[in-house]
Ligand binder design. Structure first.
Ligand code: ATP
Ligand code: MG
Length: 329
């Protein structure tokens, strides 16, 4: 272990890795691993709030780790592990819950969104999600957390919980800072309305085969005010045009063509699909070389490394609170 500052982030196993995951957070997983001691975990505990049987997503878990490596997360420089391989994170969650006022968690907007998305399964885990997330981060004493903008409220809550813990028991944890990609907003889904989300059917993949990506892009909802190609478009309110800003240096040129009705929505989508397929070709190539055996080894090594760090933190935590040390149990 080094004395470099630490970076930590996690991702749920609720579907395939998508453009929002990559542009919002993944790009920074890769960038930060040179400078920081980096940790990335596949959040299987968090996934249980949506899918109660972990066996059902064990295959997706492999896929997710492969995606992470494909986009450039390097197991030689980043500790990659499965969240539930570190059961002490559950102990820390319980202890953090004792210093977290109920009203702080009630304020979190994502809870209300999830209630709307899965009204038949509003479980306590869903409500407690930000407390578990705080434990994930601070159990490795994360200094920085690369996430998308949709996670900003959670991170703010983590900082408050950390401060409250430190005030109550003495300084144990650094206050983790959010790291955003300045060039990316919250990416909207192909429906043009909701945030692109693994658990909604509105994604554009990053490592998927070209034909899948093309199909997803071609399904995007475009400018709803433009019925015929001969009518001028409204790039400011069109999700496809918003994507042009992310994938084309000369996006203004295309916006202008759209305003003048010199390019149609279908044509714009097919150019965009081509561009996305090209841009992510190296990811697909890297992914094709990975085997399940390699992933098993990476996760096993990651569990050992992350487990050591978590153990060390929890020894301090129990001591700060006045609980007996593990050695005396
Ligand atoms: P789920 O539907 O299960 O919540 P998700 O697609 O929102 O899946 P998460 O696992 O919750 O993905 O988040 C992984 C990372 O991707 C987080 O850092 C999150 O902020 C980021 N992220 C997710 N969706 C977007 C988006 N549409 N735009 C920008 N960043 C995003
Ligand atoms: Mg999410």
């Amino acid at each position: 272990m080094t004395d470099r500052k630490r970076s930590l982030s996690g991702i749920r196993v609720t579907g395939r890795f998508h453009l929002g995951n990559y542009l919002g957070a993944g790009i920074n997983y890769v960038r930060l691993q040179d400078e920081y001691e980096s940790y990335i975990f596949v959040a299987d505990y968090h996934t249980l709030t949506t899918k109660p049987n972990a066996r059902e997503f064990s295959n997706d878990l492999y896929e997710m780790v492969m995606d992470l490596i494909a986009i450039g997360v390097d197991p030689g420089r980043t500790v990659i592990y499965r969240q539930s391989a570190i059961p002490k994170v559950a102990e820390l969650t319980l202890l953090l819950a004792m210093v977290t006022p109920l009203s702080w968690v009630q304020r979190v907007p994502t809870f209300k969104e999830k209630v709307r998305d899965q009204p038949d399964n509003v479980n306590l885990g869903l409500f407690e999600y930000p407390v578990l997330q705080s434990a994930d981060i601070i159990i490795v004493k994360g200094d920085v957390v690369p996430v998308g903008r949709d996670q900003a409220a959670h991170l703010e809550l983590t900082r408050e919980i950390t401060r409250r813990f430190n005030r109550t028991y003495g300084h144990v944890f650094p206050e983790p800072a959010i790291v955003l990609n300045p060039d990316a907003p919250i990416i909207k889904g192909t429906d043009g309305k909701a945030k692109m989300s693994k658990s909604l059917n509105n994604i554009i993949g990053v490592t998927d085969p070209p034909e899948v990506i093309t199909k997803q892009v071609m399904s995007m909802v475009t400018d709803t005010k433009r019925v015929y190609k001969t009518q001028p478009g409204h790039p400011r309110t069109c999700n496809v045009c918003a994507m042009y800003k992310l994938f084309f240096d000369d996006w203004e040129h295309y916006w202008e063509l759209c305003r003048r009705a010199q390019i149609g929505c279908q044509e714009k989508k097919s150019l965009l699909a081509k561009r996305i397929v090209e841009r992510f070709a190296p990811f697909r190539e890297r992914r094709a070389e990975l085997t399940r055996e390699q992933i098993d080894e990476i996760l096993a090594a990651g569990a050992v490394r992350a487990g050591e760090v978590a153990e060390k933190t929890m020894v301090e935590v129990r001591n700060a609170i006045g609980l007996p040390p593990y050695s005396q149990l």
